[in-house]
Design a protein around this ligand. Structure first.
Ligand code: FE2
Ligand code: FE2
Length: 341
């Protein structure tokens, strides 16, 4: 047990919560109780370093003290608020507002916060998932905390009707801890799977045909939070690099041919995309993290929406207004093969 550690942020966020909700008196009561239970760590919040390692036992003592002072229902409320204080503040602000994605991201983060065990998220359906905790056995109160924590985590990204069931527990003799999670559809729209719809249609068939691949790869990225997400992101980045090159050249060829007046600006936008793809590949070569994955995903979604709906549509309108067309451009077979299309 002594070797189990967690980062200071885990303890810090909860102590701050107590201070905010119950004032200095509440905080002192908590610390007294914790000391009574065997706590020998920092006595002041500002002594705790967010990213230093502390015995995980402190966290358990905190939970026990909290439960005994403030009772069951306050404990549950506290556990539901914690995701907003820890994960959300530091990272989830940049994360997609999507329950399915947040589960994968949160599980991946476990290893940064704890030096033992692991959490694995499995998406079962559009609105259901399972989280499996291996070797996180510590104390039943931690299971109780996590059950509420997962609820709060999903609620923090806009999911409603969240139900979390602690279906397997090592304290009940199971080999792993498992939570089954269901929710109703989230009201967040921006990061959902992108459907090809009329808002993306430019009116030039060939441009639209080529753009469908962007949507295809974006959706692939959106499903890459589970196992193999590393492989998938590498494939996606290669796609962006190779495919973008082919597609942009194809558009630019006709801009030149038809003396499109806004060609320089349009080319510049393509260049920015190349640059981003290259820098993301470079970052990926140094290590693929959930944050990088999310950053790429977000960039692509924003780019897709703004470039296709703005810049490309403008070019398409130019073609349409002059009755010009773009013939079908065959994708090189090497590219098709490489992209497994
Ligand atoms: Fe385009
Ligand atoms: Fe374009």
């Amino acid at each position: 047990m002594e070797n189990r550690m967690c980062v200071g942020g885990i303890a810090f966020s909860k102590l701050s919560f107590v201070k905010e909700k119950y004032g200095s008196d509440g905080l002192n009561k908590m610390l007294e109780k914790m000391v009574e239970l065997g706590y020998d760590g920092p006595k002041r919040i500002d002594e705790i370093k967010l990213w230093d390692w502390y015995p995980f036992e402190y966290n358990i003592l905190f939970l026990k003290a909290y439960y005994s002072i403030f009772g069951e229902s306050s404990f549950r409320r506290m556990a539901r608020v914690v995701p907003r204080l820890t994960v959300s503040k530091t990272m989830a602000a940049k994360w997609p507002k999507n329950p399915k994605l947040i589960i994968g991201n949160a599980c991946n983060l476990w290893k940064r916060f704890f030096n033992f065990g692991e959490l694995k998220g499995e998406i079962i359906g559009e609105t259901s998932a399972r989280i499996i905790g291996k070797d996180i056995y510590v104390d039943p109160i931690f299971c109780k905390f996590l059950t509420e924590y997962f609820t709060g985590l999903l609620e923090s990204v806009g999911a409603s009707g969240v139900m979390v069931d602690h279906t397997k527990c090592v304290h009940r003799g199971d080999e792993v801890c498992e939570w089954s999670i269901t929710w109703k559809e989230s009201d967040a729209k921006v990061d959902r799977k992108i459907a090809w719809d009329s808002s993306l249609v430019t009116g030039i068939d060939e441009i639209d045909r080529q753009h469908r691949y962007f949507v295809y790869i974006l959706n692939e990225l959106n499903e890459s939070f589970n196992e193999n997400y590393r492989d998938r992101i590498i494939r996606a980045l290669r796609f962006m690099d190779r495919y973008a090159h082919w597609h942009f050249k194809s558009e630019e060829k006709y801009m030149e041919l038809y003396h499109y007046p806004d060609i320089e600006n349009h080319k510049k936008q393509h260049e920015l995309f190349y640059q981003y793809t290259r820098s993301a590949m470079e970052k990926a070569s140094r290590g693929i993290t959930p944050e990088l994955w999310y950053e790429v995903n977000r960039y692509l979604i924003e780019w897709l929406i703004s470039h296709i709906k703005g810049t490309d549509r403008k070019f398409a309108e130019f073609l349409i207004s002059r009755n010009l067309s773009m013939p079908e451009e065959k994708m090189p077979s090497s590219l098709r093969k490489e992209l497994k299309l």
